[in-house]
Ligand binder design. Structure first.
Ligand code: SF4
Ligand code: FES
Length: 241
């Protein structure tokens, strides 16, 4: 592949390959940068802003920004961790994320980064959205109030499943996840529980039916380890989830 260079990451010199983003180079060197809308198998989307770092003194998204020789990246400073905490608090406030009642509790990335960042309250006034829950499919349901519009399901359905079941319409606060079917319901779409799109939701928005407590609370993914340990594994094992 490409030439190697070096950059500074929180004062430590790390190697990178030409063309790598800050997030990829940091992960390859065993450093976790919080993220929600990024997975390594899909093109970056840059919507959640959780991966924000300072590169040469300017805020940027680590999942998008290419590393350059000698770049100075700050990630774990109190300022940046505080910013990330505010992003997560905003996501909690604009959806309905009641962790004790959600079957995804313990497996949810939003919940896990909140723990990782030491979030103890949601800071912002809650919006309490009331969107329709779609339980029309025999094997999965969608709780739109928990969708963080990361578009991972959109990318998985389009790029891996080649079905284009999901899309996002509208902008800003009006943006909504839509299902591509005559009725707009998942049960009338081409979605299958074996689709890649069924596996990627980082929160409890697209969840399988009949499998909610197959793994008991207390033994789930983030009950047993901090999400920050996930990208501190060898790149070959790094699936980004
Ligand atoms: S349903 Fe899940 S994967 Fe799809 S956009 Fe919403 S949060 Fe992301
Ligand atoms: S992970 Fe980079 S913006 Fe979401």
């Amino acid at each position: 592949m490409a030439d190697k260079g070096h950059f500074s990451f929180d004062g430590v010199q790390l190697p990178f390959l030409q063309g790598q983003t800050i997030l990829q180079a940091a992960a390859d060197a065993g450093h976790y940068i919080p993220h929600l809308c990024y997975r390594p198998e899909f093109p970056p989307h840059g919507s959640c802003k959780l991966c924000s770092v300072k590169a040469n003194g300017k805020f940027t998204s680590a999942c998008f920004e290419p590393v350059t020789e000698g770049m100075k990246v700050e990630s774990e400073t109190p300022e940046i961790q505080g910013y990330r905490k505010r992003v997560v608090q905003m996501l909690f406030a604009e959806g309905n994320h009641y962790c004790p009642f959600c079957q995804q509790s313990g497996n949810c990335k939003l919940q896990a980064v909140a723990y990782h960042l030491g979030m103890e309250d949601t800071h912002y006034a809650h919006q309490y959205p009331r969107r329709q829950l779609d339980a029309s499919h025999p094997d999965a349901m969608i709780d739109y109030d928990r969708c963080i519009l990361c578009e991972l399901c959109v990318r998985a359905s389009r790029d891996v499943d080649h079905k284009q079941v999901f899309g996002v319409a509208g902008r800003g606060i009006e943006a909504r996840l839509l299902v591509n079917s005559p009725s707009g319901l998942l049960g009338d779409s081409r979605f299958s529980i074996t689709d890649a799109a069924a596996q990627v939701c980082p929160v409890g928005a697209i969840v399988p039916k009949k499998a909610a407590f197959a793994v008991p609370i207390g033994q789930r993914r983030y009950d047993t380890h901090d999400i920050g340990e996930e990208l501190a594994c060898p790149p070959s094992e790094n699936k980004g989830d």
